[in-house]
Write a protein that binds this ligand. Sequence first.
Ligand code: GAR
Length: 196
Amino acid sequence: MNKIAVFASGSGSNFQAILDAVEEGLLQADIQLLVCDKPGAKVIERARDHHIPIFTFVPNSFESKAHFEKEIVNELKRYHVEFIVLAGYMRLIGEVLLRDFEGRIVNIHPSYLPAFPGKDAIGQALQANVSETGVTVHFVDSGMDTGPIIEQVKIPVLPGDTRETLQERIQKAEHRLYPAIINKLLQKDIIGGIVQ
Ligand code: GAR
């Protein structure tokens, strides 16, 4: 099991970390496809630079989530994708994708879940004035950042931290953690927390 697709919506620094880990041999995976719901996102440039096939779509131009997820599933099947990595894909996964891939979809979230789920987890942590937050990698279910947790690390919030400084510290941890966890899951053939 090593054919993966990465889903992203934004800058793609985690996508880049995954690509780099593959190229350095630290992550034994073939990135078959980037799926992106924002046709102008920077992550698309990164995929193009590395000759990774891209499937980009405009969600609003579809009748429903089920309709665009059907298109995504068709693309995933075309590339024989077995495992999905969400890397800043800012959308809930719906029942069409879950039907075929539940247990084979992971997500990274910039908080120590269950604290601060959903959008702007870093802003939420700053607003709450906590002394530490974190990073969580988890399997994806139909909820908002609710699936079974695979691994978490704590990250301190330092006096004077701004969104930028805290995000930088969090993303540094994400870039180290995510490729290593993905590699472990793929090598051990772990689906939904169960070794196959
Ligand atoms: C990452 O920090 C990731 O944890 C977060 O989006 C950022 C994407 O950055 N994901 C979520 O908030 C999901 N709920 P990137 O595009 O530079 O990888």
